[in-house]
Design a protein around this ligand. Structure first.
Ligand SMILES: Cc1cc2nc3c(=O)[nH]c(=O)nc-3n(C[C@H](O)[C@H](O)[C@H](O)COP(=O)(O)OP(=O)(O)OC[C@H]3O[C@@H](n4cnc5c(N)ncnc54)[C@H](O)[C@@H]3O)c2cc1C
Length: 450
């Protein structure tokens, strides 16, 4: 499949809102919702007296906030296009993980303060009170199961635990949160004092129903409908370098997906071994109405299996996702920095980003340079600069530094920078760029780990 067939015109650029606008708006809306939840507690609480009153109050507040936060965490991972495009999957995943930790803290605080508060009110020891609550209050078995499932998910999501299991095992264990949230909902509706009055009760139910509808649409129905509409299949698998293969998918009406260079899809190859995993891979060329190209480095079970895919294999492609696109660029001068397989989204952007481009491509050896002829053809056609940094890290230790980058790229601080590579390399290059005076809002990076 030649690059001419995959070539597309440069994307438009001028008159854009700040890349931080949508992320800030989302966080502001989440905070506003939390304030509304606290207002509901305030509205339904006439007074708080004594230790028992304060503990019970704290228990009700933490319970409400946990009940409010749970659907938010699901919506962050619901693959909502505007969030995926304008916030980005890696940042959404970080917010989700951060919020997940706080959900576990809130649920634990809710459980401890409510039990203690009630125990002080009833003049009982907290353990006896806890047993009484679980086995004699309505919907408390469900509430307890929900708490155990959430705490369990918190444990398996701890970094130490995740390291000990495959991504798929962790992913399917993590789905238990859906059950936990459904069980917790009925506990909230029956036991939540604030939710026994109107309009709080109706609003709360509407909030949960809306969250469930959004999830059902974007995580279940839309991928199924798109599957049927675009009929994606493996067209061919092409070796690109040591342990690296491009898989070209063929399909119908792919331009309807409105994929942008720099974005990724979650690919689910419909073979016996691979159909349970949907792994993220970036487009490694501009999208074409009938073809999508992905280039995969063999890093584990799923990525290794790509090399052996048969032409004609059905593929479910969820997406496009990701905010690593032309939308972020503000300056007519762009520096693209890639290392290793991080060249994939950068290769697609190099072909289409408008402006005066410089591509700095770091690779351990000449053999590891992917798409060499394509990159040189694009550079020649677009009058762009292409710099290979080949060899050991030691050999180039002074290049990807503040001084090194300023020397390599004249007018560095006036550039937008797109960066993709191994996480440690990304962190050190971002620090070097900041030290060289490149504003944070001009540094865009895509993480292959989230
Ligand atoms: C936004 C994004 C774009 C990517 N683009 C490319 C690309 O263009 N080319 C390329 O070679 N690689 C890309 N990757 C990395 C690729 O997804 C992983 O290397 C691959 O999923 C590893 O799966 P595995 O089963 O082969 O290995 P494993 O041994 O299972 O996993 C290796 C690592 O990949 C992570 N991983 C595994 N499965 C998933 C999953 N379903 N979702 C998220 N992370 C997972 C694991 O946490 C682990 O850190 C991208 C990753 C992300 C997040």
């Amino acid at each position: 499949m030649s690059t001419t067939a995959l070539r597309r015109e440069a994307a438009p650029s001028g008159g854009k809102a700040s890349p931080q606008a949508v992320p800030r708006l989302v966080l502001a809306l989440v905070a506003l919702g939390a304030a509304a939840v606290l207002a509901a507690w305030w509205r339904s609480t006439s007074s708080v007296t004594g230790a028992a009153g304060w503990l019970t109050g704290a228990g009700r507040i933490t319970g409400l906030l946990a009940g409010y936060l749970a659907p938010i965490l699901l919506l962050l991972m619901a693959r909502i296009p505007v969030l995926e495009r304008r916030v980005g999957g890696d940042r959404l995943a970080r917010w989700h993980a951060f919020g997940g930790r706080y959900l576990v803290y809130l649920v634990t605080a809710h459980l401890l303060t409510i039990t203690w508060g009630y125990a002080l009110t009833d003049g009982k020891n907290p353990v006896a009170e806890g047993v009484e609550i679980v086995f004699h209050y309505p919907e408390m078995i469900k509430g307890t199961l929900a708490t155990l499932l959430m705490l369990g998910t918190g444990v398996v999501s701890a970094r130490a635990a995740r390291k000990r299991m495959s991504y798929e095992t962790w992913y399917y264990l993590h789905l238990a949160t859906y059950l936990a949230i459904a069980l917790a909902f009925s506990h909230q509706i029956v036991n939540g004092a604030e939710l026994s009055v109107q309009p709080e009760r109706t609003l709360w139910c509407a909030y949960y129903v809306l969250a469930a509808a959004v999830l059902g649409w974007y995580r279940l129905l839309l991928p199924y409908l798109r599957d049927r509409r675009h009929q994606l299949r493996v067209h061919s698998v092409v070796p690109e370098g040591p342990g690296v293969y491009s898989v070209i998918l063929r399909g119908e009406r792919l331009d309807e997906l409105k994929a942008q260079p720099g974005q990724y899809f979650r690919l689910q190859f419909q073979t016996r071994a691979l159909r349970w995993a949907a792994n993220p891979y970036s487009l490694s060329a501009a999208p074409h109405p009938n073809f999508l190209r992905f280039t995969v480095k063999n890093l584990g079970a799923h990525s290794a299996a790509v090399a052996g895919l048969e032409p004609g294999t059905k593929v479910r492609a969820e997406g496009p996702y990701g905010a690593f696109t032309h939308v972020k660029a503000r300056s007519p001068r762009v520096l693209l920095i890639a290392a290793g397989v991080g060249i994939t989204p950068i290769r697609a952007l190099f072909e289409t980003l408008p402006g005066q481009l410089t591509l700095v491509y770091r690779a351990g050896s000449d053999a590891q340079i992917l798409f060499r002829s394509e990159l040189e053809e694009i550079a020649a056609r677009r009058g762009a600069r292409l710099v290979y940094l080949v060899g050991s890290r030691r050999r180039h230790r002074d290049t990807l530094t503040a001084k090194g980058l300023a020397r390599l790229v004249p007018g560095l601080t006036g550039h937008d920078v797109y960066l993709c590579g191994p996480e440690p390399m990304q962190q050190s290059v971002i620090a070097a760029l900041r030290e060289a005076g490149v504003p944070g809002g001009r540094i865009h990076h895509e993480s292959f780990e989230f």
